[in-house]
Design a protein around this ligand. Sequence first.
Ligand code: AMP
Length: 277
Amino acid sequence: MLRVWTVTELRAALQSMPRPVGLVPTMGAVHEGHLSLVKQARSDNATVVATIFVNPTQFDETQDLEHYPRPIEQDLALLESEGVDLVFTPSTDEMYHPGFMTTIHIEGPAREFEGAARPGHFDGVATVVAKLLLQSLPEVVYFGRKDAQQVAVVRRLVSDLDIPVALAVMSTIREHDGLAMSSRNVTLSEDQRRAAPALFLALSAMRDRYRSGMQNAVQLKEGCTALLTQELLFDLVDYVALVDEETFIPWGGTGSCLLVAAVRMGSVRLIDNVVLD
Ligand code: AMP
């Protein structure tokens, strides 16, 4: 596995690598969720590029950015073990050189939920994803459905800016107790970690109700909120909503429906979703 730090090195390396190229953008602290994207990219492409960049512009809280885990050596070993060919680990200055003045702002799917709770977050995501795509020009880029709103935002970005890339969206990988894997899970206290699966359990209970015929959006939302409120370590149920997976507007009864939710435990924010099918 070749490691590069600059856009110039990345482009030079890619020139001699076979197509198609699959890109897996990450912020590091690699776990099985990231590796599921890498495995899919490996089976679909001749070349797999992974990026590790903790993008400061998508953090709305400095504390969160400062405490974000950065086990770089372990990350490199994991990516290499899954057959990544090229890893791009730019510095912040390499991505945002002095004088950087461009921000991509997306309306629609970026407006509510995570967009409302984390001002500027999706501007940061859209801008860095656009840069990574233009820097590496992959045939396919891989994202996890765990961050379903991010996927909807990136889908909009790629379509609106005519970026010639296919989007591959992979299922959420979970711990044994159902908690969605996340780089931030290591920041949970023991008690918080024990309580955290209640988010997925509530979403799953509503999926079961939906499958057994209870398909009223208001009742599903209220049922999920009630379950989440019962978990005493959840300080805030930030939102629960049924949305169209593609657009993130309230689900209108057709298309793929996602039940999405976010809760807060102290300074930790957990998000998750299930497909209602
Ligand atoms: P991050 O490093 O958190 O920015 O995540 C990098 C990519 O991995 C994003 O496309 C995420 O949606 C995806 N990802 C993160 N956690 C999971 C998970 N538990 N299962 C599947 N994909 C994930």
